[in-house]
Design a protein around this ligand. Structure first.
Ligand code: UTP
Length: 299
C-alpha cells in the first residue's frame, strides 16, 4: 500500500446564518444546539478526533464566538465544580492541546465553498478533512465516536489510505429528495467505494444523475483551494464547494464512500428532533425512560 500524507487537519464551516432555526439561532450558533446533552459541534469534533485528526479549524462568523469558548478552559466553572467535589471528566472531550483549535473568520456568509477557501492559509499544502457539524453521522453497531461504532470520518480515512485523492461520503435517498443536495454521477463500485465521475449541486429531480447524495464529510487535496479562488456563484447564489470539486474530477482520483451508519440532517427541524429521539432511545442512562415517555405521548 502506498504511504499517503496523513489527514491531520479538519475544517468545520460554522459561519452560516442558521435561518431555519430562528429564533433559536438569533444569539446562539446552530452548531451549539444540543442533541441530548452534547452540542452538534462536539459530535463532529469527536468524530474527527476518532479519525486521528489533530488540528480543528473553525471557520466562524459574527455571533459564533461561543463555539470557541466551548473548547476553552472554563476557569470559574471548573474551580467551583472542584470545590464542590464534582467530577470534571464530563468536560474531557472539550479539552485540546493549546494551538490545536484554530479559528478563521468568514466575514460574509457567501457559501460553503467560500467558507472553506477562508481556511486556505491554515490548511496549507496538505490534504484535509471537512465536516459539516449540522449533519450528525452515527456509525453502525451502536453509534459514532462517544456513542459506539466506527464514525464516518474514520471510515473515510481508512478508504483514503487505500485510494488517496479526493473523497466524499455518500448515502442514498429517495429520488424525489435529491434536489436539496449535492449529487454524484457514479462510476465503478468496489465494496463501499464508488468512483465519482461527476458532481452537481441541487439538481432538479429529472436531471439528477443518481440518488447518491453527498453527506457532509469530505477529504480533499489542497488544490481545491486554488479551484475555489475567484469561483463564480452557483446554486442558490452561493459559492459552492460542489462546483469546485466537480472541476477537479479527471485531474485527480475522486471517490465516494458509502457510509456504514446513519445520518441525521440536524440543519432541519424534523431531522434535529429525529436525532434527539434516536440518540436518547439508545442511551443506557435514559433509553428506558424515554421509551416509556414516547409510548405515553403516542397514546
Ligand atoms: P447550511 O446550508 O446548513 O446553511 O450550511 P446555514 O446558514 O447554516 O443554515 P440555514 O440554511 O440558514 O438554516 C451548511 C454548513 O456550511 C456552513 C454552515 O455554518 C453549515 O455548517 N456555512 C454555510 C458557512 O460556514 N458559510 C456559509 O457562507 C454558508
Amino acid at each position: 500500500m502506498t504511504t499517503r500524507k496523513p489527514i491531520r487537519k479538519a475544517v468545520f464551516p460554522v459561519a452560516g446564518l442558521g435561518t431555519r432555526f430562528l429564533p433559536a439561532t438569533k444569539a446562539i450558533p446552530k452548531e451549539l444546539l444540543p442533541i441530548v446533552d452534547r452540542p452538534l459541534i462536539q459530535y463532529a469534533v469527536d468524530e474527527a478526533r476518532e479519525a486521528g485528526i489533530e488540528q480543528m479549524i473553525f471557520v466562524t462568523g459574527r455571533g459564533k464566538s461561543a463555539i470557541v469558548e466551548h473548547f476553552d478552559v472554563a476557569y470559574e466553572l471548573e474551580a467551583t465544580m472542584s470545590e464542590r467535589g464534582k467530577d470534571l471528566s464530563i468536560l474531557d472531550s472539550t479539552r485540546f492541546t493549546p494551538g490545536d483549535i484554530i479559528t478563521v473568520r468568514q466575514q460574509v456568509p457567501l457559501g460553503l465553498g467560500h467558507a472553506i477557501w477562508c481556511a486556505r492559509a491554515i490548511v496549507g499544502d496538505e490534504p484535509f478533512a471537512i465536516l459539516l457539524p449540522d449533519e450528525l453521522m452515527v456509525g453502525n453497531q451502536g453509534a459514532g465516536s462517544g456513542t459506539g461504532g466506527t464514525g464516518c470520518m474514520k471510515q473515510m480515512v481508512e478508504a483514503y489510505e487505500q485510494v488517496g485523492g479526493n473523497l466524499v461520503s455518500v448515502l442514498e435517498v429517495p429520488r424525489e429528495d435529491v434536489s436539496s443536495y449535492g449529487v454524484i454521477t457514479p462510476g465503478e463500485s468496489r465494496g463501499t467505494l464508488t468512483e465519482v465521475r461527476g458532481l452537481v449541486e441541487k439538481p432538479p429531480v429529472e436531471q439528477a444523475p443518481s440518488n447518491k447524495i453527498v453527506s457532509g464529510r469530505y477529504i480533499l487535496q489542497p488544490e481545491v483551494m486554488r479551484t475555489l479562488e475567484g469561483q463564480e456563484k452557483g446554486a442558490g447564489g452561493e459559492i459552492q464547494l460542489t462546483d469546485a470539486m466537480a472541476r477537479m474530477i479527471g485531474t485527480q482520483p475522486f471517490h465516494a464512500v458509502t457510509f456504514n451508519g446513519r445520518r441525521f440532517d440536524c440543519g432541519s427541524k424534523t431531522g434535529f428532533v429525529e436525532a434527539t429521539l434516536a440518540l436518547a432511545l439508545e442511551r443506557e442512562d435514559m433509553g428506558e425512560e424515554v421509551r416509556a415517555m414516547a409510548r405515553r405521548l403516542l397514546g
